[in-house]
Design a protein. Structure first.
Length: 572
C-alpha cells in the first residue's frame, strides 16, 4: 500500500472513530438496550450530534472493497441504464412486425420516459451489495459479483428474473450479517451455510395503463409449503429503486412474511416519467404525489387478486389531459389476460390475504400512509372497495390520515424539517400538506390521535443524528450507522405484533422498550391502546437539536437549560 493510501485510510479511520465516539456507538448484537435516565443538559450536543450523520457513509468507506465496488458498479449500472431505452430501435421487429406501428410508439415512449424519469434514465447509486440477490445464480453475492448489480433492475432478460437472497441480520454498527441454517448469524464471506430465500421479478399494469416493476420475496421453502404467509408490501422514495429499500423486504421474509416491493410509475425499473409520479394533478386529497397514492391502491388490489380497472380512456389522450393526466403515446390495458395485459397474481395460494401490511419510504410512504385515509372512507380513490390492510409503517414522509389500522411513523433528527403537522403551511391545503421531521411528524402524530376516525394503535419514532437517508440502503448517503438496524427492528416488531394472525407478544412488548440510537431530543412515543389510551414515553429527552433552535426555540431553550420538554406519559 502506498503512503498516500495509508494516509487516506488513516484519516478515514480517525474520523470514523471520532464520529462513533460522539454517537456513543455500540457494536453489540441487536437487542433491547435500555437508555440511561435523563442526563444533565449538554449545550454542546446540538453541534456534536452532526457528526453522527456521517457515521454511515464513513463505515461503508472503511469496508474493504466497498469503495471499489461503488465506483465500478456505479459506472457499469449507469452505462447500462443509459443504453437500454434505445435497444428497441435496433430490433428488426420494431419495423417489420405486423404491429410495427405500436412497437415504434412504444419505443419512442420508452426513450421519452427514460429522459424524463425520476431520475433521468433511472441513473443513481448502484444497488447495495448487502441486499443484492444472486440474479445469475452462480452462488456469489454482493461485492464478489458485479454482474448481479448490473441486472438488478433488468425485467426483460429471462435469465435474470429469479434469484436467491440471504436473510440479513442488521447490527448497530452498520455491519450486515446473514442468518445461517442453524438460526445464528454470520459474516457473508464466512464458510457458514446460509438460509436462502427466493426472489422473482414481474410487472403489473397500473390503473393508468403504465407497467410497474415488482419483486416478490419468499421464505426458504415457502413456494412448496401448504401454509399461507402474511404479507408486506413496500414502495421506495423518489428516484430510489426497489433495492434501495430491500432491507425491509428481506427482513420481512426473515420474520415469516412474503414480501412484495413495487416501483411507482416514473421510478427506476418502471415505465412512466416524473409527471406520472405527481399526476393526475390534484386528483387525490391529501396527496401531493397522486401517482404514488394511486399506485399504492393498484398494487394492493393486484396482490389481493382483485381487479385493477383503467381510470383513463386508453384510446383518448385528449380526455386524459382534460383530467390533468400526463399524456402518453401508448398505454397497456390493466384488465387481466386475455382481455388485458395484466397477469393475475400467481402466488395467491401462498398468501394470507387477511393480513396485508404496507410500508414505504419518503414519497412511497406518502402513498402507503394515504391508503389509511381511504380505508377509513370504506372505498378507494375510484370509489370501489379496497382490500383491508392490517398495519402500516411509514418512514420519512407522511400525509393527513387517521389510524384506521395500526400506524407507525419513523423520522430522524435531521430529516426534512416539517414545521407543522401539515408540513410547510400551517393548515391543510389541496397542493401539499405532507410533513416530515421530528417537529412536523410529532404534531401529525398528535393530530392522528385526536382524529375521530382513528381506531388503532400508533407509534412515533425519531432516530438520533439521522437524516432522510436513514431508511434507505443507499451507499454513501449521510445517515447514522445505527439507524438501519433500529428502523428495521421497530418496523418488523410492528408487523409481528399487528400484522399477522398469530400476534407475537414479545414483539408487542419490544415496541415499548427503548433502544440506543433513538433521539435524545424528541421522545419516542407509543399508544398501544389507540386514541382512547395514553401515549407512553418510550424515551424521555435530555438533549436539544439545531432544528429545535430554529423552529421551536422555546423547546431548545428548555432542553438545553432544564428538564427537557415532553408531553407523553412516562411508563411505570
Amino acid at each position: 500500500m502506498t503512503d498516500r493510501r495509508r494516509f487516506a485510510r488513516g484519516v478515514i479511520a480517525v474520523g470514523l472513530a471520532m464520529a462513533l465516539g460522539a454517537a456513543g456507538a455500540s457494536v453489540a448484537p441487536a437487542g433491547a438496550q435500555p437508555l440511561p435516565a435523563p442526563q444533565p443538559p449538554d449545550p454542546a450536543y446540538p453541534f456534536t450530534e452532526i457528526l453522527q450523520v456521517l457515521t454511515g457513509p464513513m463505515q461503508e468507506a472503511m469496508t474493504p472493497g466497498m469503495l471499489d465496488y461503488f465506483v465500478r458498479a456505479g459506472i457499469l449500472t449507469n452505462l447500462g441504464k443509459l443504453t437500454k431505452p434505445f435497444e428497441d430501435l435496433t430490433k428488426p421487429e420494431t419495423y417489420n412486425a405486423p404491429d410495427a406501428q405500436r412497437r415504434q410508439l412504444e419505443a419512442a415512449q420508452k426513450i421519452w420516459d427514460a429522459i424524463t424519469h425520476v431520475a433521468p434514465f433511472g441513473a443513481g447509486f448502484p444497488p447495495h451489495p448487502y441486499y443484492t440477490p444472486d440474479w445469475n445464480n452462480n452462488g456469489r453475492f454482493g461485492i464478489a459479483d458485479l454482474d448481479d448489480a448490473m441486472v438488478d433492475d433488468d425485467y426483460d432478460d429471462p435469465a435474470v428474473q429469479e434469484g436467491k437472497f440471504r436473510y440479513p441480520c442488521l447490527t448497530p454498527s452498520a455491519t450486515v450479517l446473514y442468518e445461517t441454517a442453524d438460526g445464528g448469524c454470520a459474516a457473508g464471506d464466512s464458510a457458514a451455510t446460509f438460509k436462502l430465500g427466493t426472489v422473482r421479478k414481474f410487472r403489473v399494469v397500473n390503473s393508468r395503463g403504465i407497467r410497474l416493476s415488482g419483486k416478490v420475496y419468499f421464505p426458504e421453502g415457502a413456494e412448496e409449503a401448504t401454509e399461507k404467509y402474511p404479507v408486506t408490501i413496500g414502495m421506495p422514495g423518489a428516484s430510489e429503486s426497489q433495492n434501495d429499500v430491500a432491507m425491509y423486504a428481506q427482513s420481512s421474509v426473515r420474520n415469516g412474511f412474503v414480501a412484495f416491493t413495487f416501483a411507482q410509475a416514473g421510478q427506476p425499473g418502471s415505465e412512466g416519467n416524473a409527471l406520472d409520479l405527481i399526476s393526475p394533478l390534484f386528483s387525490v386529497e391529501h396527496c401531493f404525489a397522486p401517482g404514488s397514492c394511486r399506485d399504492a391502491q393498484d398494487v394492493v388490489r393486484w396482490v389481493a387478486g382483485e381487479d385493477v380497472l383503467p381510470v383513463f380512456d386508453l384510446a383518448n389522450e385528449v380526455a386524459t389531459v382534460l383530467q390533468l393526466g400526463n399524456p402518453r403515446l401508448v398505454r397497456a390495458n390493466p384488465l387481466y389476460a386475455p382481455v388485458g395485459a395484466n397477469m393475475r397474481n400467481p402466488w395467491l395460494d401462498r398468501l394470507d390475504l387477511a393480513h396485508l401490511n404496507l410500508w414505504g419510504q419518503s414519497v412511497g410512504s406518502i402513498g402507503m400512509t394515504s391508503y389509511l385515509n381511504w380505508q377509513a372512507k370504506g372505498h378507494g380513490i375510484d370509489g370501489r372497495p379496497l382490500p383491508r390492510v392490517s398495519s402500516v409503517v411509514g418512514m420519512s414522509g407522511f400525509t393527513q390520515v387517521p389510524a384506521s389500522a395500526p400506524l407507525q411513523v419513523q423520522t430522524a433528527d435531521f430529516d426534512i424539517p416539517g414545521i407543522w403537522a401539515t408540513g410547510f403551511w400551517p393548515t391543510e391545503n389541496p397542493i401539499i400538506d405532507a410533513t416530515d421531521g421530528p417537529i412536523g411528524t410529532k404534531e401529525l402524530y398528535d393530530k392522528i390521535r385526536r382524529d375521530p376516525r382513528s381506531t388503532s394503535p400508533a407509534q412515533f419514532i425519531t432516530y438520533e443524528g439521522g437524516s432522510h437517508g436513514d431508511s434507505i440502503n443507499w451507499l454513501g448517503v449521510p445517515r447514522n450507522a445505527k439507524t438501519a438496524n433500529l428502523s428495521v427492528y421497530y418496523a418488523m416488531n410492528w408487523f409481528k405484533c399487528y400484522g399477522r394472525a398469530d400476534a407475537d407478544q414479545g414483539a408487542c412488548d419490544a415496541l415499548a422498550r427503548p433502544m440506543d440510537g433513538l433521539s435524545r431530543a424528541v421522545p419516542t412515543e407509543y399508544s398501544p391502546d389507540g386514541p382512547g389510551g395514553p401515549s407512553l414515553c418510550v424515551t424521555i429527552p435530555d438533549r436539544a437539536t439545531l432544528e429545535q433552535a430554529i423552529l421551536r426555540p422555546q423547546i431548545f431553550i428548555q432542553n438545553n437549560w432544564g428538564p427537557a420538554f415532553y408531553d407523553c406519559t412516562p411508563q411505570g
